[in-house]
Design a protein around this ligand. Structure first.
Ligand code: SF4
Ligand code: SF4
Ligand code: SF4
Length: 549
């Protein structure tokens, strides 16, 4: 790409061809105010707060005007400042921007502009039309009255998420953000990825859980990785005291670049399963709280005959401690081998022209992979062939059942760059596809540390024997007569209490640090964000006790 020479506020400079005036100004250290602009979204030019003088004709939006050789740009003349102030007055006047009642006060880009421009009165009549607030979404509150129509939400939903749930209806000052076709959020096709909330500059779209629990400066942000599936997306977790307020996507993390799914952003924060706070032992059908020493002595007594079954939700450190204690009697609770070897990377999704998705609804699981595929399919015309893929099948003309796998495969093979995406597969389907050449295969393991188990030499085995130890977040052992069942788990669900004899609490979501290996074989570290409830043994304490066996 060539270079373009121009002048910004009298300063000569050279920038990449194709840069916007806003990018050029930032390169020159000139600060132009913005509101609708977002660096992860395409230029839009909706709000006009960034207008500059650039050659003859009217003022131009710096975010959506591209550099031209020889341009002489002025960014802060008296006229520009007056126009920006009028734009700001109109934005404040149009709807409810009484900041003191707003959840986003103190963290609002519109409010920040008000302070920057010294706005100390409303010039125009304010807040004449009142709109209903949509509280129907389980995680998001939507107040059109606080909206400045920047369209960031709709642009992020489409451009980054690939979901196309939001758009604008009506014209002029009556414009409103529209959820599907005049739906409330709860009845819409929203997949709860939360991107719209993450990019909204005002208090129009807010995270319900974090609402009114404190301003940004009263919380801390911890950058870490999501441990809810084998992608390991980058996340930013807001914490206040020992409470997780909300989870945002990390814009700088290369794999997901800010995009998350509901399993990573919301569901773990709304998990209401009862927590286990201390070891418990069941005798004569009655559960009694016991000390960790007593619990581990009971396990030690059974050590010789016990077999251990680990879920892939556990970090490497704990997996290795179970191996140290129980040697070759440690197994994976679920399959760790892919039904077809993985030959593709996440990067291969970016330039494929055809996706064959088998048996996974990517709106519900691996949502970030879903976004990568949907944003290529809907606006860019890549082909999606969906086989038993749930709601994903609704956005394609090529939706099949497993019995039609040959037709689906024939359709997919018309593409030049085909990526097959799957998790578990029926045996005949795996066999049918495994012999295909010219296709790339991307295996998505459900459990975060499936590769960690595999690389530790642990293989799947169906639980057998009478003394069984299970460890993980979602274990549901089936009891046979004569069994003695030990469960290392954060939860004491009624099902678990019915089947187990001994329960040992382990840390839950973001309650301890640990190492995982993601689906591409990359190690990532999950940080500790909050303390586990009192009485729960840390992973270090659990490991120390197991390593001493
Ligand atoms: S809801 Fe928020 S992001 Fe969407 S247009 Fe309104 S202010 Fe912008
Ligand atoms: S939560 Fe995600 S899918 Fe739902 S409207 Fe917002 S961006 Fe779109
Ligand atoms: S795709 Fe997986 S790792 Fe990424 S946010 Fe969703 S659950 Fe977390």
């Amino acid at each position: 790409m060539g270079k373009v020479r121009l002048k910004i506020d009298g300063k000569e400079m050279e920038v990449e061809e194709g840069s916007t005036l806003l990018e050029a100004a930032r390169q020159a250290g000139v600060d132009i105010p913005t509101l609708c602009n977002h660096e992860k979204l395409l230029p839009y030019g909706a709000c006009r707060i960034c207008v500059v003088e650039a050659g003859p004709g009217p003022l131009k939006p710096a975010c959506a005007t591209y550099v031209v050789e020889g341009m002489d740009v002025k960014t802060s003349t008296k006229e520009i400042q007056e126009v920006r102030m009028t734009v700001l007055q109109l934005l404040f006047g149009e709807r409810n921007h009484y900041c003191m009642y707003c959840e986003s006060s103190g963290n609002c880009e519109l409010q920040n502009l008000g302070y920057r421009f010294g706005l100390d009165n409303f010039q125009f009549p304010s807040y004449e039309d009142k709109y209903p607030v949509d509280v129907s979404h389980p995680f998001i509150l939507f107040d059109q009255n606080r909206c400045v129509l920047c369209r960031r939400c709709a642009r992020a939903c489409a451009e980054l998420g690939g979901h196309f749930v939001l758009e604008v209806k009506n014209r002029g000052y009556q414009s409103l953000i529209n959820v599907d076709l005049n739906n409330q959020f709860a009845q819409s096709s929203c997949v709860s990825c939360g991107l719209c909330v993450q990019v909204c500059p005002t208090g129009a779209l807010v995270d319900k859980r974090a609402s009114y629990l404190g301003r940004k400066e009263q919380s801390e942000t911890v950058k870490t990785n999501c441990d809810r599936c084998s992608l390991g997306c980058g996340i930013e977790v807001s914490r206040r005291a020992n409470f997780i307020l909300k989870v945002f996507g990390d814009w700088d993390y290369p794999l997901n670049q800010g995009v998350l799914c509901k399993n990573g952003r919301y569901l773990p924060l709304y998990d209401e399963r009862p927590r286990l706070h201390s070891p418990k032992f069941k005798e004569g059908g009655i559960w009694t709280q016991i000390s960790p020493d007593k619990a581990f002595s009971l396990i030690f007594e059974k050590k010789g005959s016990a077999e251990v079954f680990l879920e892939g939700s556990l970090p490497l450190e704990l997996i290795q401690s179970f191996q140290s204690a129980f040697k070759d009697r440690v197994f994976a609770l679920n399959q760790v081998e892919p039904p077809i070897s993985s030959t593709a990377t996440i990067k291969d999704l970016e330039d494929a022209d055809t996706y064959l998705v088998l048996g996974i609804d990517l709106n519900e699981q691996f949502g970030v992979v879903g976004s990568m595929i949907k944003r290529r399919v809907i606006p860019q015309g890549a082909k999606l062939v969906a086989v038993e893929a749930g709601s994903l099948g609704r956005i394609t003309d090529y939706s099949y059942e497993y019995k039609d796998i040959d037709t689906a495969l024939g359709e997919a093979k018309k593409g030049k760059k085909v990526v097959v995406v799957y998790s578990s597969l029926p045996g005949q389907v795996a066999e049918r596809l495994g012999s295909e050449s010219g296709l790339k295969f991307l295996f998505l393991p459900y459990e975060t540390n499936t590769l960690g188990l595999r690389e530790s030499g642990i293989r799947h085995k169906a639980p057998q024997g009478n003394v069984k130890i299970f460890a993980g977040e979602n274990i549901a052992p089936i009891r046979s007569p004569g069994d003695f069942i030990i469960a290392f788990t954060p939860f004491e669900t009624p099902e678990l209490k019915a089947s187990a004899d001994l329960l040992i609490p382990i840390p839950g979501y973001l309650e301890d640090e640990g190492t995982f290996i993601n689906l591409e074989g990359n190690e990532f570290s999950r940080k500790k964000v909050v303390n586990p409830p009192e009485g729960v043994l840390t992973l270090g304490e659990l490991s120390a006790r197991l390593n001493n066996f």
